[in-house]
Design a binder for this molecule. Structure first.
Ligand SMILES: [Zn+2]
Length: 290
């Protein structure tokens, strides 16, 4: 499949949660999934393959936290470039031509100036280091996700463009507030749309968050505010503890129903986040036209 074929589809199905899938396969809660790129590559490929088998048109590399400071904090020894390149190879091998590969880029883990002490220049350098590796390894899409601040998202977009990424997507995470959904930094969906439309990237939207109820509001606000292609990757609700394990409230069937709601609303790209599984993605695939 080529990127042109992908974007000619009626709807595009992304993958679902990966961190939670690794935990099922033995990754300790709190450990960085990126550790498994070199320590347990077969498990990483297994998760990718399960999503391809479930019908994902796009799978995301295991590189959400593969930036310098986060890797250092996680105690990962390999270089940023090596880890990101290997992660793309694993995803590409698992996709086996049936799905495209998006390079996942998460927040850097610090707070950018003027609110925190992470200098904009340093932030851009860290994003650039990761994205250059992703682009050199030929990812189809650079997906900047779970962004909590528009400021950081825009620095990441600049780094992606400078790294030569052709297809760039950005998804922001919102929280419920009395004034509707806002990012941690108080930005509304309208603020996000205004800023990202200005960047002429390929698509944007929202991921993670607090469950279907808030994401329904977020998706409606996005659709009302823009004609741009949108990606919504919701989690399976907020986790709760049961017998010492994290459990997520939304079952595959209810996720499938929510995917249909999103598709009917005109959301072109749909996937899952924390707690969603290949079964959730398969249930979504049944309900949306591609
Ligand atoms: Zn999530």
């Amino acid at each position: 499949m080529t990127i042109e074929q992908l974007f000619s589809r009626h709807h595009i199905l992304f993958d679902g949660g990966t961190g939670t899938e690794y935990q099922k396969r033995g990754l300790p809660v709190g450990a960085a999934p990126e550790e498994w790129i070199f320590a347990n590559p077969n498990a990483v490929k297994d998760v990718h393959k399960a999503y391809v088998a479930a019908g994902s048109d796009v799978i995301e590399t295991c590189t959400f936290g593969a930036t310098r400071d986060r890797m250092k904090l996680a105690g990962i020894q390999s270089s940023v470039a090596d880890l990101n390149k290997r992660a793309v190879e694993l995803a590409r091998e698992a996709a086996d031509g049936k799905a495209l590969v998006a390079g996942s880029v998460g927040p850097l883990g610090g707070i950018l100036e003027p609110y925190g002490d992470l200098a904009i220049d340093d932030a851009e350098k860290m994003f650039a280091e990761q994205m250059t590796a992703l682009v050199e390894a030929k990812v189809d899409i650079v997906l900047i996700e779970t962004m909590l601040s528009l400021n950081e998202a825009l620095v990441a977009v600049r780094a992606a463009k400078n790294a030569g990424a052709k297809i760039i997507g950005v998804t922001m995470t919102f929280e419920p507030t009395p004034d509707g959904p806002k990012t941690s930094f108080g930005e509304s969906v309208r603020d996000v749309v205004a800023a990202l439309e200005n960047e002429s990237i390929s698509f944007f939207g929202s991921n993670c968050g607090s469950g279907f109820e808030l994401m329904r509001v977020v998706a409606n606000e996005f659709r009302a505010a823009t004609k741009s292609p949108l990606l919504i990757q919701t989690n399976a609700g907020l986790p709760f503890m049961e017998n010492g394990k994290n459990r997520y409230p939304e079952a595959p069937q209810s996720f499938g129903g929510f995917a249909k709601e999103l598709a009917d609303l005109g959301i072109q790209m749909i996937g899952g986040c924390c707690g969603t599984t290949p079964d959730h993605i398969a249930a979504a695939g049944i309900n949306i036209k591609r």
